[in-house]
Design a protein around this ligand. Structure first.
Ligand code: ADP
Ligand code: ADP
Length: 235
């Protein structure tokens, strides 16, 4: 069963704007580790927004086709329902995070989701351990490095127990070593917890090493969809 399915999806942000997504069809199975690559303006962030249910709920524009998340049309369910299936880490994590201390950032989401108080402590401990940042629990987020912040953003979403994690260029601001550590974390989450990963990433080496499948976006279309070695052999 696909966890995310796009059926001939097109989207433009406004009247007369060119299509940010242009007849995109694809299906993602539970457990997949999918990378998305393509030039600036290709529609990668828009695709991530569709897959996280932010379109149609947060963005206005002209939407055609259908997106199904866990079998339900995103136009017919609330963003809250969608967010219990898909967790997303946006490009601007500073704007996404709301608290100043790491554990408060995690607490905020868990309380919002109505997780019972006697389960919250365990959930925070377990997630911090999985992401490998138990030592950062009481740190001020503002004092962390880019790589540490990325991991906190991932942990805060993971604590909410989504089945899919969508990430928009988590390594954009990171050095190569930190970028690899973020992908190692994603691999762990994928393999140990079975969480489906969809990650926008520009570094071919990371996509080749970690992703089972790569989507190449170009001018709003899905230009290629296959295993990394198939995609990059004729790049
Ligand atoms: P990237 O290429 O890294 O995805 P962009 O520069 O395309 O980043 O977009 C950065 C932010 O600006 C995104 O939040 C996007 O939604 C917004 N944005 C991009 N293009 C436009 C536009 N033409 N009008 C308004 N907002 C835009
Ligand atoms: P990418 O992530 O591959 O850089 P985007 O999905 O951000 O591509 O952008 C695809 C197209 O949609 C671009 O032409 C961009 O300018 C436009 N766009 C993106 N976000 C917005 C927005 N919030 N408002 C208007 N246009 C946007």
């Amino acid at each position: 069963n696909p966890i995310i399915e796009l059926r001939d999806v097109s989207f433009s942000y406004g009247e007369g704007a060119r299509a940010a997504l242009d007849h995109v069809s694809l299906s993602i199975s539970e457990g997949d580790f999918v990378g998305v690559i393509g030039p600036s303006g290709a529609g990668k962030s828009t695709l991530a927004a569709v897959m996280s249910g932010a379109i149609p709920h947060h963005f206005t524009g002209q939407l055609y086709g259908a997106t199904l998340i866990d079998g339900k049309d995103t136009c017919e369910v609330t963003l809250t329902d969608i967010s219990r299936v898909v967790g997303s880490v946006l490009q601007d994590i500073d704007a996404q995070m709301v608290a100043s201390v790491v554990e408060d950032e995690m607490l905020f989401g868990l309380e919002n989701f109505g997780v019972p108080h006697d389960q919250i402590e365990e959930r925070i401990n377990q997630t911090l351990a999985t992401v490998g940042i138990s030592d950062l629990r009481e740190r001020e987020i503002a004092t962390l490095s880019g790589g540490q912040k990325q991991k906190v953003a991932i942990a805060a979403i993971l604590a909410l127990a989504p089945r899919v994690l969508v990430l928009d260029e988590p390594t954009a601001a990171l050095d190569p070593a930190s970028s690899t550590l973020v992908f190692e974390t994603l691999r762990k989450v994928n393999e140990l917890a079975g969480i489906t990963i969809v990650v926008i990433e520009q570094k071919v080496a990371l996509l080749s090493k970690y992703c089972g499948r790569v989507l190449v976006m170009n001018e709003g279309t899905l230009a290629f969809d296959g295993e990394p070695h198939e995609v990059f052999s004729h790049a």
